[in-house]
Design a protein around this ligand. Structure first.
Ligand SMILES: Nc1nc2c(c(=O)[nH]1)N[C@H]1C(S)=C(S)[C@@H](COP(=O)(O)O)O[C@H]1N2
Ligand SMILES: [Mo]
Length: 304
């Protein structure tokens, strides 16, 4: 793989990336999957992860130069071009609502207790393209449990930073700010739901949602909210940015579903970035075995 150097990547991150590639080669020869410690060194190598796909990862350059992040501009390359504006220090995350241990936490408080894992996930955008992204981070469930959600917590909502200086796209209003998303509690607690803090072994670049973003691989990409500053446990299904703005195109559930067309195009196929021929889109983005049971008895055409 040819590695170019995106201008927004700092020197130590380039080094980390090169290290990461060598580590990957090493792990391939072990035939194993590794849990990565904070030092970035493999802690455990055991059989293949039940959570990672075998699909070939999309090249790093494509992952960080083809983004949807309207707070950093519209167009696929704008988020990378504007990435330097999104300063991630200081950063705090407010956790509130139906939980016993709410509070406002520093980024360190939020991240520190969690050992870093790698998850190679497919990401399918509603627009019809997909990527395969090697994330580093930790399960969302582990984070949420720390705040002890009460029995009234039926859903959890997430908000992105609201700051016109660091997020210049917020000077315009294609949707109401801040970007807001939500999950049902059982979806949030599912072991596939992930908080990403890095990709390809490097610190998460701003355009990918630094310093922490959600990744829900069986749902369309818009659920995977970036640059989170607030997590709220709630009793009622929360309003979410896209489902409020364009309700017939973006539902609350957002499960990848080749059977349910977008009002303006079919969702049966997708273009994997870097590939020429389109692929068939799989139900739940290929994660049906793990997640279909969450929706048994639900009409997924009505709840799209
Ligand atoms: N805050 C915020 N989060 C966001 C978006 C956004 O515009 N703002 N775009 C979403 C959409 S539509 C997709 S497809 C994914 C894209 O993630 P990527 O750029 O890391 O591939 O991020 C999602 N998270
Ligand atoms: Mo998307």
């Amino acid at each position: 793989m040819l590695i170019k150097r995106p201008s927004d990547i700092r020197e130590h991150e380039v080094t980390d990336f090169a290290l990461y590639q060598r580590r990957r080669e090493f792990l391939k020869t072990l035939g194993g999957f590794a849990l990565l410690g904070a030092s970035g060194l493999p802690l455990v190598a055991h059989g293949k992860s039940a959570f990672s796909t075998d699909d070939e990862p999309t090249p790093y350059d494509d992952i960080v130069n083809y983004n949807n992040f309207i707070e950093l501009g519209t167009g696929k390359e704008a988020p990378a071009e504007n990435a330097a504006l999104l300063k991630t220090s200081p950063w705090s995350v407010t956790v509130d609502g139906e939980c016993a241990k709410p509070g406002q936490f520093t980024l360190e408080d939020i991240l520190k207790p969690h050992p870093t894992e790698e998850r190679i996930y497919r990401l399918r955008c509603v627009e019809g393209w997909s990527m395969v992204i090697p994330w580093q981070g930790f399960p969302l469930a582990a984070l949420l449990k720390r705040f002890q959600p009460t029995s009234k917590a039926k859903y959890v909502s997430f908000e992105t930073l609201l700051d016109r200086a660091r997020m210049p796209g917020q000077k315009r209003n294609p949707i109401g700010w801040p970007y807001t998303e939500g999950l049902r509690m059982d979806e949030a607690m599912h072991p596939l739901s992930f908080i990403a803090t890095g990709l390809y072994g490097a610190t998460l670049p701003a355009q990918s949602g630094a310093p922490l973003r959600l990744v829900v691989p069986w749902k369309y990409g818009y659920k995977s909210i970036k640059s989170i500053v607030r997590i709220r446990f709630v009793e009622q299904q929360p309003a979410t940015s896209w489902s409020v703005e364009v309700p017939d195109e973006y539902g609350f559930y957002a499960n990848v579903n080749p059977e349910v067309d977008h009002p303006r195009w079919s969702q049966r196929k997708e273009r994997r970035i870097g590939e020429f021929l389109k692929r068939e889109t799989l139900p739940f983005n290929g994660y049906a075995e793990q997640v279909a049971s969450l929706y048994s008895g639900m009409d997924l055409r009505a709840n799209f």
